[in-house]
Design a protein around this ligand. Structure first.
Ligand SMILES: Nc1ncnc2c1ncn2[C@@H]1O[C@H](COP(=O)(O)OP(=O)(O)OP(=O)(O)O)[C@@H](O)[C@H]1O
Ligand SMILES: [Mg+2]
Length: 257
């Protein structure tokens, strides 16, 4: 079943010099897929993710999520749709520093005025699953980057969203922490069938996905699928990146762990 259908998606930004950022993009994502999106800086990856996540409006074209077209919703319906159907993970975690870890994770449920005991037990369950139960009462400044990102993943999952959208989730992490975060995302995808779309500059992070979509200048450039091994997939990703241009320095090319 398709969870996401992107049809002729175009996004322009007005301004002194108007920019056409996304140009008539078409692609679909099946329920349970794990897709990485790669492309040079400025190619429109964040713009695409923001449109998919209803944080930004397409200029033209449609985005269907679970056969719904959220672009037609009013502000309130859209906010509920976004909170319940989508989970967001950002490069800089976007955690609230006055709150504890547990409060951060529970926040989306609190906004829906759920039952406190149920919210707390759901939060505990998720923290245990992600191995962060010991952090429950800590504040954000007491956490490492990798711990922050695991908390952010828990927060993104608390509503059991249909789709996780992650923009450079390993962008601020060293390779060990990045590997841990990618293993969590991979495992959530494999065991719970969480559909995930992740933008990344890092070919190693991308190799945890099952498909990589490459974009260039707001258009689809290529896509590759995981085949018999992660190592072969990683090499294939590197090959496409070498044809993609936009400066090799943008993409790290260290060896696979
Ligand atoms: N709000 C905005 N107003 C005007 N132009 C914008 C806006 N947001 C993005 N752009 C432009 O759109 C283009 C694509 O930006 P986007 O942030 O989607 O790129 P990206 O692929 O995510 O890049 P990076 O890898 O550096 O994060 C860039 O040229 C950028 O300057
Ligand atoms: Mg970006």
């Amino acid at each position: 079943m398709k969870i996401l259908t992107v049809n002729q998606l175009t996004k322009n930004y007005a301004g002194e010099v108007p920019v056409e950022v996304l140009k008539k993009m078409n692609f679909t994502v099946e329920t349970g897929e794990f897709v990485a999106i790669m492309g040079p800086s400025g190619s429109g990856k964040t713009t695409l993710l923001n449109c998919l996540g209803t944080l930004d409006q397409p200029t033209s074209g449609t985005i269907l999520l679970n056969d719904e077209n959220p672009a037609t919703y009013d502000k309130e319906k859209l906010a509920t749709f976004r909170r319940q159907q989508l989970g967001f993970i950002f490069q800089n975690y976007n955690l609230l520093s006055p709150l504890t870890v547990a409060e951060n994770i529970m926040l989306p449920l609190t906004l829906d005025h759920g039952n406190l005991t149920e919210m707390e037990s759901r939060t505990r369950e998720l923290m245990a699953e992600l191995g962060i139960e010991k952090l429950a009462n800590k504040r954000v400044h007491e956490l490492s980057g990798g711990e922050c990102q695991r908390v952010a993943i828990a927060r993104a999952l608390i509503h059991d969203p249909s789709l996780i959208l992650a923009d450079e989730p390993t962008g601020n992490l060293d390779s060990k922490a990045a590997g841990d975060v990618m293993e969590i995302l991979q495992q959530l995808n494999q065991t719970k069938k969480v559909t995930t779309l992740m933008v990344t500059h890092d070919p190693i992070s991308a190799s945890y996905a099952k498909r990589v979509i490459f974009i260039k200048d707001g258009e689809l450039f290529n896509e590759v699928y995981l085949g018999e091994s992660r190592e072969a997939f990683y090499q294939e990703i590197l090959t496409v990146l070498s044809h993609l241009g936009g400066g090799r320095h943008e993409f790290s090319t260290t060896h696979l762990a």
